[in-house]
Design a protein around this ligand. Structure first.
Ligand code: NAD
Length: 370
C-alpha cells in the first residue's frame, strides 16, 4: 500500500491518472492537490470522490508549508507532479502564471519533499525516507523538428521555443539538480500530445468535436501541416506507472505513441468519425440538430484556415525506444481505437463539456489551442 500525492489531479491528464491508478491499485491512498484554476475541474474526479482512499485538497503547489503538511499528515512517499499552466497560447499572451506555477511551484515542491523526506529524518539521526518524486514533462522542451529530422530522444538537447516549454524546461532542470545535488529520488517523463476524456474543450481535438456538433467553423492555424505525436491519455498514465514501478531513479523517459499526424489530417479524421457516428446512431441527429452530419452534408466544409500562432513549432515526434526497451512500454490503444473512444466520450458526455464552457461558448468558437 502506497500513499501518493498527485498535483494537478483535477486537470486533464492528472484526472485520467487518478482514475487509472485507483482502478489498478485500489489499496493505495491518493491525495490530489489542485488549485482549481480555469483548467481544473472537480467534475473530472466525481467518480472517485466517495472512495475512502481518495482525498481532494484545494491549494497551490507554490505553498510550501501546505505541501509539507500534506506530506506529513498523509505519510506521502510518492509524489506525481502534473500541476502546471499547460496551454501554449495562454503562455504567449500571459507568461507570468507559467513562470510562477511551472518553475516556482515545482521549486516549492522540491524544497518541501527534500525537507520532509531527507532533511528532517537525517537531522533526527534517522535514514532518509524511501521516496519518489515523479515529474511530468513534455516533448515541447526539445524544440521543433523539420519533416526529416529524427524524433526526440532523451539525449536531445533542450531548445524550448515558447514561454510554456521554457518554463517546463526550467522545471525539468531543477528536478534533475535536486537529484544530483541533494539525492532526491526523482524520475521525469517527457510525453507527446495527449488526447482522450476530460480534455479541456479549448484544445484542438475536443474543440473540433464540439464545433462540428454546433455547425461552427473549425479553425486551423496556418497551413495545418504542424505535426504532433498523439497518445491516448490512459497510455500516458500507464507509462508513468511503469516509470514509477520499474524506472531508474535519476533517469528521464520519453513516452510517445509513435503516431504522427498533421493537424489538418486529425481534423479531417474527426469529421469522418462524426459523420460515421451520425450515420450509425439516428438519435444523434435529434440531440445535435445543428450538425451538418444531421442533414447529411459534408462536415469538412467547416474547416477554416486562420493566422498562425507566433513561433509555432512545426513538428514534434518522440522516440520512446528507451522506455520501450527498459520498461517494456507499448501503448495499449492504437490511434484508431483511441480517437474513436474519445469521439464517443464527447458524444456521451455533453453535460460535462457544456458545464466547462458555462455559457461562454461564443468566446470559445473563434479560439483554437493545440
Ligand atoms: N496536455 C498534453 O498533451 C501534455 C503533454 C505532455 C505533458 N503534459 C504535462 O502534463 C501535465 C498535465 O497537463 P494537462 O494537460 O493535464 O494540464 P491541465 O491544464 O489540463 O491541468 C493542470 C492542472 O493543474 C492545476 N494547477 C495549475 N496551477 C496550479 C497550482 N499553482 N497549484 C496547484 N494546481 C495547479 C489546474 O487547476 C489543473 O487542474 C502538465 O505538467 C503538462 O506540462 C501535457
Amino acid at each position: 500500500m502506497r500513499n501518493l500525492l498527485v498535483t494537478g489531479g483535477a486537470g486533464f491528464i492528472g484526472a485520467n491518472f487518478v482514475h487509472y491508478w485507483m482502478e489498478n491499485y485500489p489499496d493505495d491512498r491518493l491525495v490530489v492537490l489542485d488549485a482549481l484554476t480555469y483548467a481544473g475541474n472537480l467534475a473530472n474526479l466525481a467518480a472517485v470522490q466517495a472512495n475512502p482512499h481518495f482525498t481532494f485538497v484545494q491549494g497551490n503547489i507554490c505553498d510550501q508549508a501546505l505541501v509539507e503538511s500534506l506530506l506529513l499528515q498523509h505519510e506521502i512517499t510518492t509524489l506525481v507532479h502534473f500541476a502546471a499552466e499547460s496551454h501554449v497560447d495562454r503562455s504567449i499572451t500571459g507568461p507570468d502564471e507559467f513562470i510562477e506555477t511551472n518553475i516556482l511551484g515545482t521549486y516549492a515542491l522540491l524544497k518541501a519533499t527534500k525537507k520532509i523526506w531527507i532533511d528532517t529524518p537525517v537531522s533526527q539521526g534517522q535514514p532518509a525516507l524511501e521516496h519518489r518524486f515523479h515529474h511530468v514533462s513534455t516533448d515541447e522542451v526539445y524544440g521543433t523538428l523539420s519533416a526529416t529530422d529524427p524524433a526526440f530522444t532523451e539525449a536531445t538537447a533542450y531548445a524550448p521555443n515558447s514561454p510554456y516549454s521554457a518554463s517546463k524546461a526550467a522545471s525539468d532542470h531543477l528536478v534533475r539538480a535536486y537529484h544530483h545535488t541533494y539525492g532526491l529520488a526523482v524520475t521525469t517523463s517527457n510525453c507527446s500530445n495527449n488526447y482522450g476524456p476530460y480534455h479541456f474543450p479549448e484544445k484542438l481535438i475536443p474543440l473540433v468535436i464540439i464545433n462540428i456538433l454546433h455547425n461552427k467553423p473549425l479553425p486551423i492555424y496556418g497551413d495545418g501541416m504542424q505535426i504532433r505525436d498523439w497518445l491516448y491519455v490512459q497510455d500516458h498514465a500507464y507509462g508513468i506507472d511503469l516509470v514509477l514501478n520499474k524506472g531508474k531513479v535519476g533517469e528521464t523517459y520519453n513516452i510517445g505513441g509513435n503516431n504522427e499526424w498533421a493537424n489538418i489530417n486529425i481534423v479531417q479524421e474527426i469529421c469522418h468519425l462524426l459523420e460515421k457516428a451520425f450515420a450509425e446512431d439516428k438519435t444523434l441527429a435529434h440531440k445535435f440538430p445543428q450538425a451538418l452530419a444531421a442533414i447529411h452534408q459534408k462536415t469538412e466544409t467547416l474547416i477554416t484556415y486562420v493566422k498562425d500562432r507566433p513561433g509555432h513549432d512545426r513538428r514534434y515526434a518522440i522516440d520512446a525506444t528507451k522506455t520501450n526497451n527498459e520498461l517494456g512500454y507499448i501503448p495499449r490503444e492504437s490511434f484508431a481505437t483511441g480517437i474513436a473512444k474519445t469521439v464517443q466520450w464527447y458524444l456521451a458526455n455533453e453535460a460535462w463539456w457544456q458545464a466547462v464552457m458555462d455559457g461562454s461558448y461564443q468566446d470559445w468558437l473563434t479560439q483554437q489551442y493545440v
